[in-house]
Design a protein around this ligand. Structure first.
Ligand code: SF4
Length: 328
């Protein structure tokens, strides 16, 4: 492990000032970053501990939505009464992730910045990984790629985004609030994570030195009909092969609005508004759910070992929508 400096930020302004230091990384719960640093995958020069900043609250907002502070722990958010009752999709997704110990430690800001679990990325003894060493090639293309992307991948990288929380946030159309050297801005979840293209080393659209302050949820939490379905190789403490965040607003037997996003299939939570629009105005039915699934998966291109994900994803989408739609 390369030696690094450590500073505990006493204020957001101090964190932002320190964040301009070359090689600086913000440290929340450390459940991913410390592993990466220990393995030499990232080599921080300075860790800026932001975990004690006053950004851990979950509060109702004036517009009827909710704000979740970036330093709120995953367990606290999942079990918060406001989230459990108004945004059950998010609560379910958080509880599907990692283990209780990790959820107690991990922060919402850190979860947004989780790196891929591609094994070639974590193995520094392996030469070819464009995400870790830009320009070195991709070991997963033509290598072990059972867990990799079937949508939105590039020749440079076929990694998947690992978070469950982010899939629910994408479906719920959350916004990420950040502050940096150029001030404060809000980024739609759909635009926060990137597809790999030619620059897979960049996971997000955060600019240099920007600190995540929190996440805003809109007033409509789809509380009545929401289901997070995670399909994985074992029942707990495993990343998704495919996951589905599905929620419906059903009134009078007709779908008035729909929220749908996939995890485990792309470099970012995968959402396509056309798939949601296909459901609106229709009665919940297997036919409508299947058509929405086909739209969401349009353009899928499996790698050599993960063709099964296409069938799995279609079935998971339909099942998640059936479960959400069947709720009272
Ligand atoms: Fe690296 Fe991406 Fe290829 Fe994995 S899929 S080896 S993260 S470039």
């Amino acid at each position: 492990m390369t030696p690094f400096g450590y500073r505990r930020a006493q204020s957001i302004d101090e964190a932002l000032r320190l964040g301009l230091t070359p090689g600086a990384h913000f440290l929340g719960g450390g459940t991913n970053l410390i592993d990466l640093a220990k393995g030499g995958v990232v080599q921080p020069m300075l860790l800026i501990d932001v975990s004690r900043l006053p950004l851990a609250d979950v509060t109702a907002t004036a517009d009827g939505g909710a704000r979740i502070g970036a330093m709120a722990r995953n367990s606290d958010v999942a079990n918060h009464p406001l989230i459990r009752t108004r945004y059950p999709l998010l609560s379910q997704a958080l509880l599907a992730g990692a283990s209780p110990q990790l959820r107690n430690m991990a922060t919402v800001g850190g979860n947004l910045l989780q790196r891929t679990r591609c094994p070639y990325f974590y193995d520094t003894g392996f030469e070819h990984c464009n995400k870790r060493a830009p320009g070195s090639g991709c070991g997963a293309v033509g290598g072990i790629n059972r867990n990799h992307a079937i949508l939105g991948a590039s020749a440079a990288c076929i990694a998947t985004h690992p978070s469950d929380m982010c899939v629910a946030l994408a479906a719920l159309r959350a916004q990420v609030h950040v502050r940096g050297p150029r001030g404060e801005r809000a980024i739609a979840m759909a635009d926060f994570h990137r597809l790999p293209g030619d620059t897979p080393q960049r996971d997000t659209t955060l600019a240099a030195g920007e600190l995540i302050l929190g996440v805003d949820l809109p007033p409509d939490g789809f509380a009545g009909h929401a289901h997070y379905l995670k399909v994985r190789d074992r029942a707990s403490y495993a990343f998704a092969l495919v996951s589905v965040a599905a929620a419906l607003d059903v009134r009078g037997g007709v779908i008035r609005d729909a929220a749908l996003a996939l995890g485990g299939v792309a470099h970012k939570p995968w959402r396509r508004p056309e798939a949601e629009a296909r459901l609106v105005g229709h009665e919940p039915s297997d036919a409508a759910f299947g058509e929405a699934a086909d739209l969401l998966l349009q353009g899928a291109r499996p790698a050599s070992q993960n063709g099964f994900k296409l069938t799995l994803a279609r079935r998971a989408i339909v099942r998640a929508l059936q479960t959400a739609g069947a709720q009272a």
